[in-house]
Design a protein around this ligand. Sequence first.
Ligand code: ZN
Length: 156
Amino acid sequence: MSNDGRYIKHMAFAVRDAHAALKRYQDFIGVGHDAKVQDYPKSRNRVAQFWVGDVEYQLCQSLDEGGRFDTWIKERGYEGLHHICYAVPNIDQALADAQAKGATLKECSACKVTGSHVHPEGWVAFLEQETGGIEIEMMQVYTPEQLEEYKAVKGI
Ligand SMILES: [Zn+2]
């Protein structure tokens, strides 16, 4: 069966300590040795990023109490899979199709924007609805030309 160009862009896990969580992946599973751990001042997150096969993992730690991932962990009492980002070929079409089936859009907690908007790797949007308790993010990944345009506009 074709997935019409849809695939997992990344899986984001809410963790208390990105470095400690990463060490477990390295020690117990043997992945993540080439991970990049970065702080994002805008979203106030620390993220350990690495790939398992073709799937990007993001271990996300809030830098502040009351942050997106801190709140999520406190509400549930455990760390876990916070959201899966699905790459879609056309985000406007994907959102229109989902909305036609009853989906509603959720505000991006980092940008405070609802619906499709620019992120560093592509246009993203979040849905209010979940699959199996996992938040849904969609991303139309930039083409190399669109990425250059994004960088030019952002001055990076
Ligand atoms: Zn955003």
